[in-house]
Design a protein around this ligand. Structure first.
Ligand code: CP
Length: 314
């Protein structure tokens, strides 16, 4: 009987809820090969030659935008970056018209970040190019969820059955939501903790996660910890007394890290508020894989491009 081969060709990347465990494994397996390219001498392969990609960012980014750009260039695509601040968006052009304009130039994929939840899904309905969601409000950041899975699997050589703690500002975190989508599919035991004002209501009914009243219980014997950034730019204020109090009760410091397994993997999507959600000594300790996440982010984004855009299996 013919093998039922998984193909992601032409698929939009809007949220990890749209991906099966087999599809996620295919992306992570492909990223292993892509990572070798990043570490090699020739970072210009013809896998996507003739393809064009636009990154369209309506919110600031360092890691995601740059790695999507480099990932495309490493695979031989033409990549153009548009940021809202330097585009006709400042003259009042709508998202719809911006997408039509980019599409009219014949691009194959648009990597988009926007402050509104559902913006990527909306773009996928409007525009013909493949849409890759690089973060839409607090909804989803699928490539970050994938790079977290890749980093954990690379070090632990498995995902099934691991205990992962996600701590901090979950309310505003698209990373936490993509983690929960992806990690639950891969059989990870997910524990969350944070100030009650920063825990979204849906968590109380979500059977995929265990919610803790205090961060210590979430961290105990964890195989990996993802510390989330306090997203002050999305807060109207009053969600916690002060950053000093937050650090005292919820911040990841050496004492709290010691509650985890000795070989715990420490993750943070970045950028970090050091001294708030994470202490500086912990951020750079031997358990920290925060820098490795950045390299892995480029590898995972290369894998997405290859699987979605490449004409032939390479
Ligand atoms: N992790 C992440 O999304 O970082 P940037 O905002 O720098 O892209």
């Amino acid at each position: 009987m013919a093998e039922n081969k998984i193909s992601l060709r032409g698929k939009n990347v809007l949220a990890l809820s749209d991906f099966s465990a087999d599809e996620i494994n295919l992306i992570l397996d492909t990223a292993i090969h892509m990572k070798k390219i990043i570490g090699g001498n020739n970072k210009k392969l013809p896998i996507l030659s003739g393809k064009s990609i636009v990154t369209l960012f309506f919110e600031p980014s360092t890691r995601t935008r740059t790695s999507f750009e480099l990932a495309g260039k490493y695979l031989g695509a033409d990549v153009v970056n548009i940021t809202a601040a330097t585009s006709s968006v400042v003259k009042g052009e709508s998202l719809r018209d911006t997408l039509y304009t980019v599409e009219a130039m014949g691009v194959d994929a648009i990597v988009m970040r926007h402050k509104a939840e559902g913006a990527a899904e909306c773009a996928a309905k409007i525009a013909r190019p493949v849409i890759i969601n690089a973060g839409d409000g607090a909804h989803a950041h699928p490539s970050q969820g994938l790079l977290n899975l890749f980093t954990i699997r690379e070090i632990k050589h498995r995902l099934q059955g691991l205990k992962v703690a996600i701590v901090g500002d979950i309310l505003h975190s698209r990373v936490a939501r993509s983690d929960i989508e992806g990690m639950s599919k891969m059989g990870i035991d997910i524990h969350v903790a944070g100030p009650s004002t920063l825990l979204p209501r849906f968590l109380a009914k979500d059977t995929r996660v265990t919610v803790h009243d205090n961060v210590e219980d979430a961290l105990r014997d964890a195989d990996a910890v993802e510390v989330l950034r306090i997203q002050t730019e999305r807060m109207k204020g009053g969600l916690f007394p002060s950053t000093r109090e937050y650090a005292r009760v919820y911040g990841l410091n050496k004492e709290r890290l010691a509650l985890c397994k000795d070989d715990v993997i420490l993750l943070h999507p970045g950028p970090m508020n050091k001294g708030w959600e994470i202490s500086a000594d912990v951020a750079y300790c031997e358990n920290s894989f925060i820098q490795k996440e950045v390299t892995n982010g480029a590898a995972v984004r290369m894998a997405l491009y290859k699987l979605i855009l490449a004409e032939e299996e390479n």
